[in-house]
Design a protein around this ligand. Structure first.
Ligand SMILES: *[C@@H]1O[C@H](CO)[C@@H](O)[C@H](O)[C@H]1NC(C)=O
Ligand SMILES: *[C@@H]1O[C@H](CO)[C@@H](O)[C@H](O)[C@H]1NC(C)=O
Ligand SMILES: *[C@@H]1O[C@H](CO)[C@@H](O)[C@H](O)[C@H]1NC(C)=O
Ligand SMILES: *[C@@H]1O[C@H](CO)[C@@H](O)[C@H](O)[C@H]1NC(C)=O
Ligand SMILES: *[C@@H]1O[C@H](CO)[C@@H](O)[C@H](O)[C@H]1NC(C)=O
Ligand SMILES: *[C@@H]1O[C@H](CO)[C@@H](O)[C@H](O)[C@H]1NC(C)=O
Ligand SMILES: *[C@@H]1O[C@H](CO)[C@@H](O)[C@H](O)[C@H]1NC(C)=O
Ligand SMILES: *[C@@H]1O[C@H](CO)[C@@H](O)[C@H](O)[C@H]1NC(C)=O
Ligand SMILES: *[C@@H]1O[C@H](CO)[C@@H](O)[C@H](O)[C@H]1NC(C)=O
Length: 454
């Protein structure tokens, strides 16, 4: 993904009566109504289906991966609420952005696409298969095959030349971040592998998931206590780890591990699942309200980071379905966080715009009120955490043998996407641009070295 360092867009507090979202956490109708209000507020940002816009994309400052996160949440929205309002626009977006090879490497994005970006769209397609989201028309690519394509292209990128294995963050050598092996890229591959294994029963996927887990431990990106760190530098053979912790990294591994437990019933996967859940304590206040510990207290979250809590909320709920022993542990956290989130949705001209912070650090309680920030990320996080409270009412993920209707293709994406043919589709101008940036970075680095030597 790309980071846009946009300081939270401030919006002058309007002297309107604060409406807020009324949420009764014990009343399904109230949860659905709150989810619908927040989803509406989020979809107002989407204009891709209007004349001269690009289907599936969000306007600046949002990148392609943000849209993938949003469409994944709309799969969940239908699953939890049964509201079909956004189904067509979601299907249209998911298919339009699948790219020429139906593997979520559309030409417009490929030159700057990371493995994580591709995985976010692939995981949205996987969710569609698991919740039996209405299938695309027969002549179009199908949800399961799209997820398989993403997985298969990534398996070909497994890289043993440094750090003993793992996926790099970026796909192409000329992109900044190619020299970084990070948890979210490996987590996306792990998460998809576990879920594809469950859906299809094919152990090739779970073998890759196990291998990825082992590499995470060996590389030190996952600690003995199941804390998930951010990433490591391949030019140093991953000898020094960037230890920052993000909510979505914990969540991406939690759902994969819970799914591996569901498939295997093995004690080792139960221990890992429980351990990962335990380790999420760093992301909750004493009042059990979720927050982005690395940037929220200082008010420094960038546009990307405003999306991460949505993924932790989405995946802890999903984990409790495949690993039911988690359900009673997770429930109080989902409830407290949803109440905090709903109380933050009292801003903007509509009176129901959601903010970033879900708790009040002075009184340590909710309601917190609106913190004057807004955006797709804020809406998305609130939506996921609120609708996740309907988890007890829905069926767990289906598989090919338990009612799943999505058609797969083992060979999807098999042509590989970091191969020279794919690269040749990227225009010479695009590559030159990327190379120039790389040279500038490299130039600065060499300059620094020279200075050190002198
Ligand atoms: C685009 O999608 C939204 C749903 O988010 C819908 O309300 C709107 O009518 C659609 N616009 C067009 C031009 O289809
Ligand atoms: C969604 O698309 C289908 C098929 O094109 C159409 O029959 C249906 O009316 C659409 N639903 C909505 C809510 O627009
Ligand atoms: C790629 O970009 C062009 C130009 O903006 C646009 O017309 C086209 O629809 C885009 N395609 C995809 C798949 O986003
Ligand atoms: C790099 O790290 C891997 C995994 O720890 C190790 O097997 C390999 O020998 C290391 N390579 C070098 C050149 O140090
Ligand atoms: C989880 O944490 C609790 C206490 O907070 C501890 O008793 C338990 O052993 C931990 N479990 C795992 C698997 O780490
Ligand atoms: C609460 O405030 C204290 C003191 O300013 C700060 O150290 C802490 O990180 C804050 N906690 C959260 C969860 O923001
Ligand atoms: C595995 O997951 C399914 C949902 O897909 C759930 O119904 C089942 O109970 C889980 N298995 C176990 C042993 O908990
Ligand atoms: C799902 O099961 C059916 C019936 O056994 C089989 O024909 C089909 O190929 C399977 N699909 C996948 C993706 O495994
Ligand atoms: C399992 O998936 C792999 C990778 O896509 C494929 O090569 C293999 O044929 C599949 N095996 C079965 C039994 O379907």
């Amino acid at each position: 993904m790309r980071t846009t360092n946009l300081i939270s867009l401030g919006l002058a507090a309007l002297a309107l009566p604060s409406q807020a979202i009324d949420l009764d956490i014990n009343d399904d109708a109230s949860i659905k109504s709150a989810a619908s209000t927040v989803a509406y507020g989020m979809m107002k940002y989407y204009h891709g289906n209007e004349t001269a816009q690009t289907i599936g994309e969000l306007p600046w400052p949002y990148y392609w991966w943000h849209a993938g996160a949003m469409w994944g949440s709309m799969m969940d929205y239908w699953y939890y609420t049964g509201d079909t309002t956004y189904n067509n626009v979601t299907t249209e977006a998911m298919l339009f952005q699948a790219g020429d090879d139906d593997d979520y490497m559309p030409l417009n994005q490929t030159k700057s696409e990371g493995n994580d970006d591709q995985a976010f769209w692939g995981m949205a397609a996987m969710s569609a298969a698991e919740v039996n989201f209405p299938n695309p028309p027969a002549k179009k690519p199908q949800w399961l095959a799209l997820a398989q394509a993403v997985f298969n292209t990534q398996a070909l990128r497994w890289d043993t030349k440094s750090c003993g294995g793992g996926l790099r963050w970026q796909i192409f050598t000329f992109n900044n971040g190619y020299n970084y092996k990070n948890s979210v890229s490996n987590g996306g591959f792990f998460n998809l592998g576990a879920r594809l294994a469950k859906y299809t029963g094919n152990t090739t996927y779970s073998d890759w998931a196990s291998k990825t887990w082992d590499w995470m431990e060996e590389s030190g990106l996952m600690t003995e206590d199941y804390y998930v760190y951010d990433g490591s530098d391949t030019t140093k053979n991953c000898s020094s780890v960037d230890k920052i912790q993000w909510t979505y990294n914990a969540g991406i591994f939690l759902l994969g591990a819970a799914t591996m437990w569901n498939i295997t019933g093995e004690q080792v996967w139960e221990d890992r699942t429980r351990g990962l859940w335990n380790a999420t304590h760093v992301f909750f206040t004493d009042e059990k309200i979720m927050y982005e510990v690395a940037c929220e207290p200082s008010g420094n979250c960038n546009v990307d980071q405003h999306f991460f809590k949505a993924y932790l909320a989405r995946w802890i709920a999903a984990s409790s379905k495949v690993a039911p022993f988690l359900a009673p542990l997770i429930k109080p956290y989902l409830q407290a966080s949803a109440l905090g989130a709903a109380s933050s949705c009292s801003g903007g001209t509509d009176g129901v715009t959601c903010g970033t912070k879900w708790f009040n650090n002075v009184t340590a309680t909710s309601p917190v009120g609106w913190d004057q920030t807004y955006g797709v990320g804020q809406q998305l996080c609130a939506l996921e955490v609120i609708q996740s409270n309907l988890i007890e009412n829905v069926k767990g993920p289906v598989t090919n043998s338990t009612g799943g209707t999505s058609t797969g293709d083992d060979a999807a994406g098999g042509s590989g996407s970091s191969d020279p043919n794919r690269l040749s589709k990227i225009t010479a101008a695009d590559r030159a641009g990327a190379v120039i940036i790389t040279l500038i970075v490299l130039g600065g680095w060499i300059g620094g070295m020279v200075w050190l030597i002198i």
